[in-house]
Design a protein around this ligand. Structure first.
Ligand SMILES: *Cc1c(COP(=O)(O)O)cnc(C)c1O
Length: 400
């Protein structure tokens, strides 16, 4: 069986997204900044796309800026808010310990430039507390940035409430909604959001294209200098075909969200129930306040990396929450943030889907993971220590 269970990393492009792109590569290939009709046709499609994307998140077209993806949108939002804060002697930023690296590494860079960043803790359930945000806000706070839904453990944050607190205190609020947009309802007005990042390839659009929403009245600085594209806020000839693909994909995702979300969540819950039958396993993050397609587990006594390679041999593409895959021995900052100890954080597995799995696929996945975990444990000195009682188990609920 072939199963792609890594939709949080990227998704396959939808047929409709591909079809929406083709005319802008083959026929309407003019530069949107050119005055002749081939250019103006591209410009017209681009501006229509801006309206369509805006409609999907409850904003207006003039609040949408197209970018090269989620990372660029995060960088621009944060760097811009920081620079505009500094002009008013506000150099304090609030974020969380489990953001995406596009946010965390940008904040690290700002810290080196003299900004102070408060990284709020994350509860064991993978959810940030609204009152922690409220209590951390100071008179010199220029930005709060909290992700909408986490990319590793799928937990959904109380964004509307956090946005409300920030709005009441007059602090700019940015959210990385890359995992949320197209998967759960996002409304920038109801959610009190000032800036929001999305990325097309997480909802069946093309890679290398995204959008940044910036509420009217919030000042946005450019990150890339050059031509006057994107109302002077993002230079560079627009990725017209990519934007058309993203727009079609987002519209589809939003219109199918209700029905698809329910079916995917129900398949997710069956997968979770199956994996829980593996001894000394534990679900990462809140069972209910999570993305419909996210399942994330830790298993005692194994290494995530070998688990992934062995699952790949069984036809399953999955991911671990662990940064081991990128050659580092540090376990995932997300799992550490929710209080997983190092040895458990190393044994993590993330399975993310964009469709409901059939009963057969769920059974195949559960059996594959179960078999691989057993084989790895049989080879693991750590597991033998646990079995011999030389070490104490961490997930006590399995103790007889
Ligand atoms: C994928 C992802 C990003 C980065 O988006 P790109 O378009 O790949 O640059 C940022 N934040 C989160 C939460 C993501 O999942």
């Amino acid at each position: 069986m072939e199963l792609y269970l890594d939709c949080a990393a990227t998704t396959k492009m939808s047929r409709r997204a591909i079809d929406a792109m083709l005319p802008y590569m083959e026929e309407v290939y003019g530069n949107p900044s050119s005055l002749y009709s081939k250019g103006q046709a591209a410009k017209e499609a681009l501006e229509k796309a801006r309206e369509r994307v805006a409609a999907c998140i409850g904003s207006t077209a003039r609040e949408i800026y197209f970018t090269s993806g989620g990372s660029e949108a995060d960088n621009q939002a944060i760097i811009s808010a920081a620079a505009n804060g500094a002009k008013k002697d506000k150099k304090h930023i609030i974020s969380t310990a489990f953001e995406h690296h596009a946010v965390l590494h940008t904040l690290k860079k700002l810290e080196k430039q003299g900004y102070e960043v408060t990284y709020l803790p994350v509860g064991e359930n993978g959810i940030v507390s609204v009152s922690d945000v409220e209590n951390a806000i100071r008179s010199d706070t220029c930005l709060v940035t909290v992700m909408y839904a986490n990319n590793e453990i799928g937990t959904i944050q109380p964004i509307r409430e956090i946005g409300g607190v920030c709005r009441a205190k007059g602090v700019t609020f940015h959210t990385d909604a890359v995992q949320a947009a197209g998967h759960i309802p996002v409304d920038v007005v109801k959610d009190n959001i000032d800036m929001l990042s999305v990325s097309a390839h997480k909802f069946h659009g093309p890679k290398g294209v995204g959008a940044l929403y910036v509420r009217q009245g919030v000042i946005l600085n450019s990150l890339i200098e050059g031509g006057a594209q994107e109302r002077g806020k993002r230079a560079g000839t627009e990725n017209v075909a990519g934007i058309m693909g993203m727009t079609a994909a987002l519209e589809d995702a939003v219109s199918e969200m209700d029905a698809a979300g329910k079916a995917i969540a129900s398949s997710r819950d069956r997968l979770i129930a199956g994996l829980r039958s593996i001894p000394y396993s534990s679900l990462n993050g809140d069972e209910h306040k999570r993305l419909p397609g996210n399942v994330s587990f830790c298993f005692e006594g194994i290494e995530g990396e070998s688990l992934l390679l062995m699952l790949d041999d069984l036809g399953i593409s999955a991911s671990s929450g662990s940064a081991c895959t990128s050659g580092s021995l540090d376990p995932s900052h997300v799992l550490l943030a929710i209080g997983r100890v190092h040895e458990v954080a190393h044994g993590s597995l993330r399975l993310t889907t964009d469709r409901p799995l059939s009963d057969g696929e769920i059974a195949y996945t559960v059996n594959s993971v179960k078999g691989v975990v057993e084989r790895l444990r049989a080879m693991s000195p750590l597991w033998h220590d646990l079995e011999n009682g030389k070490r104490a188990h961490i997930f006590k609920e399995f103790e007889k």
